[in-house]
Design a protein around this ligand. Sequence first.
Ligand SMILES: *Cc1c(COP(=O)(O)O)cnc(C)c1O
Length: 340
Amino acid sequence: MKKNLDWENIGFAYRPTDSRFVSMYTDGKWDEGAMIADPNVTISESSGVFQYAQTCFEGMKAYTTEDGHTVIFRPDLNAERMMTSCERLCLPVYPKEKFVDAVVRTVRANLDWVPPYGSGASLYIRPFMIGYSPVLGVSAAKDAMFRVFVSPVGPYFKGGIRPLKLKVSEYDRAAPRGTGDVKAGLNYAMSLHAIEQAHHESYDENMYLDSATRTKVEETGGANFLFVTRDGTVVTPKSPTILPSITRRSLMVVAKDYLGLKCEEREVPFAELPEMAECGLCGTAAVISPVGSVVDGDRTYTFDTSADNMGPTVRKLYETLTGIQMGRIPAPEGWICRVD
Ligand SMILES: *Cc1c(COP(=O)(O)O)cnc(C)c1O
């Protein structure tokens, strides 16, 4: 029986569900893992995660399709990305097939929490890993915990899609050869001050520039940029310090193969902003959030949001990808993972 929640109004907040998957890495190997009921973790005060922020995570969603199945979008890519994150943070890699299996098991065990088709809500899936055992000197924890929990979340834009207002941040997100390309909690810890400040100044998000030269567009705290030029080319910034968004990579395939648009993944100089007709932010949370303006000091750059609060091309991209996710449009091979 589906939970009786006010799906449209549940917001984006943690809501513990019936069960979660847990697997422990001890003596150099992963155990089989199990579904458990307890949402709490009891752990040494000196664990790697507490002392040196040794943790990484993933984020994806399960949806109900038009024909009533529960599906997950491309979990194999989340599995691969987490392997990269673990390697960079000296955490033990959790194997790809086991990752997908753990995610599917967790969603299956919480099917009552998957919001119904058409509600705009979805089941957010949060796999993560922590350095579990105690450390004092700076070193990687010997033991780790991999865990997957889910939480139902409402539509990202409550009360309808609205163009976002961004500011160019005076802070940097990722150093050259740093950890910008992995999904590490530490990348978010140091972005909290910048986002609070932006919110305080009534901006929705920060646009980060490359830290080396501060001349190129990188990403926001948690979403990749996608631009559409005046001649209709879809452009996304290429940089080794950007987190490779699965949504953005999927949207580029949609732009090329479904919409027949010219696509470029390349460096995007900030000086090119006046040439961009449309702008969007790509990520699991909202698929694409339209950007209405970017403010840099006393200059404001504005973008087309004439197609019902989105740029016309951004809207086509949004509708095609959400159509694929909801089963209204045929998906490329391997994109949709059916859970039931
Ligand atoms: C997770 C994340 C994204 C979005 O990635 P998706 O796979 O599309 O959800 C973008 N930027 C950063 C910094 C992220 O952590």
